[in-house]
Design a protein around this ligand. Structure first.
Ligand SMILES: Cc1cc2nc3c(=O)[nH]c(=O)nc-3n(C[C@H](O)[C@H](O)[C@H](O)COP(=O)(O)OP(=O)(O)OC[C@H]3O[C@@H](n4cnc5c(N)ncnc54)[C@H](O)[C@@H]3O)c2cc1C
Ligand SMILES: *[C@@H]1O[C@H](CO)[C@@H](O)[C@H](O)[C@H]1NC(C)=O
Ligand SMILES: *[C@@H]1O[C@H](CO)[C@@H](O)[C@H](O)[C@H]1NC(C)=O
Ligand SMILES: *[C@@H]1O[C@H](CO)[C@@H](O)[C@H](O)[C@H]1NC(C)=O
Ligand SMILES: *[C@@H]1O[C@H](CO)[C@@H](O)[C@H](O)[C@H]1NC(C)=O
Ligand SMILES: *[C@@H]1O[C@H](CO)[C@@H](O)[C@H](O)[C@H]1NC(C)=O
Length: 489
């Protein structure tokens, strides 16, 4: 793998995550492992082979480029069986993957040629009104959770669009419609049920100081989580919707968006995307206010824009999230995500972002006419990281980082490395534009749930890396979790 220039620019220590997985096993060895699992698990769990329907759904990913054909899939139905599966793959050193919602765009992070562990049977939502918590299975997607909570009057702090998984979002950080009020998803957890790499099932709360720290951002490095217990918050009707604006109004849009981004009403949230193909750009703002009507003034600049479509209205939280599938697309192409953290969005920075996004789409569209290049601005507020205790991510809570999200979708598999390098280039140019206007973001932490697979660990976890490595060594001395992909400690 070639190291893109943009990475060299930031590089302190390079640990390409995908190279951690240099385990090769032939198909018959893998099938033997599948059979060993099938024999060892209880009737609550099941192993599937291609081309069965459960197998196909177990290996399905949002992006084709992060899907793989595994030798088999297994759907554990109990935490004890997750332990049995981990002990089985550990003893035969069989490569495996753990999948929640399958939304990572990083190849090998939740896909494998070995054993795909699909968490789909962990699908309960239990509300504990007295404790003000909601217990959620690790196989659910966020829209399923919100639908289950639709009439309960409570909600949790989770993902913003349909189909994205509870597990990955929660284990990597979690930027939510409610994060200005309550922080990241990792700041709204009461407990985890965790199956350690040696197969032991345990409950992790803030009493287990080290695992509590590591699990809040450390993904699958410490084992497999089966359930999350989230803090709940009251949920009323919301005012929310999508605004689509014509590119001829780009400057006005950027001025209005920067105006919105400068205010500090914690109930407000927004993400705004510039999506370009070779010869077109679409602009959309996904707007949210956590009450039936917003205060006057807050969204006026954007609401006054001539729009192409979309509607912003009083609705339920679950209706709003479910409605966003068309705004974010349903996946199905090749894709890669990245992150350019910034401190604030000015009209100048937004203009540079839109410009760079469109220019790259034009360039890449000549190679593959199906290319889209999108950059999403995420104008969170200054207090974003003030709602939680130290965690693996973010490594520094002294100031908020707004996780600007550039990503590319394409079709031609021969162009994977071209797209990867181009995405790092776009990431670097966005960050350079922020630095050029005085933002101190050189070396700022990238959000692990958006970062490309070859992002150095220091760019995700900063000064936390040595502590996380020691923790991994303590809880996984035989490197069982090294048999699966991800940002490996
Ligand atoms: C369309 C789209 C919308 C998005 N929206 C948001 C958003 O609103 N907010 C936000 O913060 N991020 C968002 N993201 C990014 C998202 O956080 C990541 O893609 C995340 O990893 C997806 O979680 P998943 O469960 O679907 O992923 P998966 O691909 O299933 O898993 C991701 C990683 O988590 C590990 N993992 C999964 N389950 C477990 C488990 N039970 N135990 C241990 N490890 C596990 C996997 O092994 C893998 O390494 C979005 C991404 C996409 C593509
Ligand atoms: C949520 O409840 C509302 C109001 O009763 C209903 O109209 C809607 O269909 C429900 N939405 C979902 C996604 O369950
Ligand atoms: C945007 O792109 C145009 C044409 O490529 C260029 O002239 C202009 O300077 C760019 N503006 C910004 C803010 O980058
Ligand atoms: C550009 O736009 C036209 C229609 O406006 C479309 O037919 C064409 O496929 C688009 N894409 C490219 C890469 O030219
Ligand atoms: C895919 O990209 C490769 C490399 O640029 C090119 O040779 C090939 O023709 C492309 N395939 C298609 C179907 O466009
Ligand atoms: C598994 O690991 C944990 C934590 O290191 C340890 O407490 C436990 O005794 C181990 N269990 C077994 C069966 O080895």
């Amino acid at each position: 793998m070639s190291i893109p220039i943009a990475v060299k620019f930031w590089l302190l220590v390079l640990i390409p995550a995908s190279m951690a997985l240099v385990i090769q096993q032939d198909q018959s060895t893998l099938l033997t492992a599948c059979q060993a699992i099938a024999k060892a698990i209880s009737p609550a769990s099941q192993v599937f082979y291609p081309p069965s329907t459960p197998y196909e759904s177990d290996i399905l990913h949002w992006a084709v480029s992060s899907s793989a054909s595994s030798a088999c899939s297994v759907e554990p139905g109990t935490a004890a069986d997750v332990g049995v599966i981990l002990r089985t793959v550990a003893s035969s050193r069989t490569p495996f993957a753990v999948k929640g919602g399958g939304h990572t765009t990083n190849p090998g992070f939740s896909s494998t040629s070995g054993v795909e562990i699909s968490m789909t049977r962990f699908s309960h939502v239990f509300v504990n009104a007295a404790a003000r918590t909601v217990n959620v299975g690790a196989g659910l997607t966020w829209d399923q959770v919100y639908t289950a909570l639709n009439h309960t009057g409570v909600n949790v702090v989770g993902g913003r669009v349909p189909a994205v998984g509870v597990a990955g979002v929660t284990l990597g950080g979690g930027y939510s419609w409610k994060s200005n009020q309550y922080g990241l998803t990792v700041d709204n957890i009461e407990a985890y049920e965790l199956v350690l790499p040696n197969g032991t099932v345990m409950t992790v709360t803030d009493a287990q100081e080290d695992l509590w720290f590591g699990l809040r951002g450390g993904f699958n490095n410490f084992g497999i989580v089966t359930t999350f217990t989230f803090k709940s918050h009251p949920q009323t009707a919301v005012w929310a919707g999508v605004l689509e604006v014509s590119v001829e109004h780009l400057d006005e849009f950027n001025t209005a968006l920067a105006g919105y981004a400068a205010q500090a009403d914690e109930k407000a949230a927004m993400i705004a995307g510039y999506e370009s193909t070779a010869n077109s750009t679409a602009i959309a703002a996904l707007m949210f206010y956590d009450a039936p009507t917003p205060p006057s003034g807050l969204f006026d600049g954007l609401m006054a824009m001539p729009t192409l479509g979309g509607a912003v209205q009083t609705t339920t939280f679950s209706e709003y999230v479910s409605s966003l599938s068309s705004a974010v697309g349903s996946g199905g192409s090749r894709a890669l995500y990245s992150c350019a953290p910034v401190l604030r969005y000015t009209p100048t920075l937004l203009t540079a972002i839109a410009n760079e996004t469109a220019a790259l789409a034009q360039q890449l569209g000549a190679l593959d006419p199906t290319v889209t290049v999108t950059t999403v601005a995420e104008p969170f507020q200054a207090g974003l990281f003030s709602h939680g205790a130290p965690s693996a991510y973010p490594p520094d809570r002294a100031r908020a980082l707004l996780p600007t999200n550039p990503y590319i979708t394409w079709t031609n598999a021969s162009l994977d490395s071209v797209m990867h390098d181009a995405l790092w280039g776009l990431t670097e140019r966005i960050q350079a534009a922020a630095i050029a206007e005085g933002q101190d973001v050189a070396g700022a932490a990238m959000y692990p749930n958006y970062a490309p697979y070859d992002t150095p660990l220091e760019m995700l976890y900063g000064a936390n890396v040595p502590r996380l490595r020691a923790l991994r060594e303590k809880y996984d001395p035989t490197d069982v979790m090294g048999l699966t992909g991800g940002f490996k400690l």
